[in-house]
Design a protein around this ligand. Sequence first.
Ligand code: CO
Length: 469
Amino acid sequence: MRTIEFTDTTFRDAHQSLLATRMTTDEILGIANVADKIGYHSFEMWGGATFDSCIRYLNEDPWERLRKIRKSAKRTKLQMLLRGQNILGYKNYPDDIVEKFVFLAVKNGIDIIRIFDALNDMRNLRTAIEATLKSGAHAQGAICYTISPVHTLELYIRNVQDLVEMGCQSICIKDMAGLMTPKNAYDLVKAIKNRFDIPVQVHAHFTTGLADMAYYAAIEAGADVVDTAISSLAYGTSQPGIEPIAYSIEEMPDLKTRINFDLLPQVAEYFREVRSNHKDTDANIKGIDIRVLASQVPGGMLSNLMHQLAAQNKMDKYGDVLREIPRVRKDLGYPPLVTPTSQLVGVQAVLNVINGERYKVIPNEVKEYIKGFYGRPPAPIDPDLKEKAIGNERTIDVRPANLLPPVFDEMKRKLGNLAETDEDVLTYALFPTVARNFLSLRYQGKIGVDFSLVEEMEKISSDIPYYPV
Ligand code: CO
């Protein structure tokens, strides 16, 4: 009898995908102690967008959010999503910042760190994986799932091999746009399970309507954990809802779950109300969008794109942009579309369509990408585009962070009185402008923070072993 486990994404990916990441800490805390009893494997509750949104829109300290959730949910593992060497941001950071960030995230309550790189350039995961292992947390290595002529089963297996060799304790197949069909999910999970003795978790989005079926096929192939959200914040561009999947599993003679079904309706009802607090940012995507199978645009990017076009009164170009995205992606060597490559490709595609001429304007970030400062693309970059974008300028082929000197101490000096903790220095290192505003307001006493919780974190140990070991 196999137990299938669930990571609940309601506190992170679900509202990032559906509500522009505006869920507040109080909204989470209003139900966290109930959700804690459902029997989830973990709560995914921290990541780049939630961190950014806390200081940019909500006037909340993201570190304090972590501590408060840790305090009210002690049975469920806390999980975060880390963009490898990009940490929570959009560019490579020096190793000292990555190491310090991982260490403090774990100290403040994180149990599992899911680490990925947008290009699946495994060199960009090494520092974060090593730091996670050193800090005693669980290192989950993720491969970004995408479709292209170069993304074969063999390539993914090589990626997984690298992750295993670096010490990852579980593998996540991260399907940002919901592109994975049941067959491909089955084949990929089976191939990994045949080769490696390691837990496999699947993360998908419901965007195309495939995710439920893909999960089921993945479970049949041996997947151990799937990512779901509570039904009222599931579907659309979010994760599949947990209820029908857990219900279906329970009926199978060889499978079971640890889910307490009695609590699910209460939590679903709670988040229906939370969702109604956020009508202004609710993209309110109905049903599924099968065009995504061609464009591969992930959930978060889709709502950004619509915002961007609506702001410029160019919603009529939406279809053109969706068609341009795969062409730009091909020119750039088929990067999977996930932060930050989704932004690079998305912005370039919008520019190409709105200017009426391809690559008339090339943003600096795209030039940096072409030079190799994000890592190694899965396939070579189109030579004409390269010539047009950077001419004879120098490109690099080393791990980009090799070229970055340590900066933590300098950042700390720069911040002066505004930094009350090392956590503050990291907030500043990751989001300098927004963090300075935020920390100034806090310094002036306009935003409260309870530092006594910091001590408490040391005493709360989550002693549930990682399942399945
Ligand atoms: Co996601």
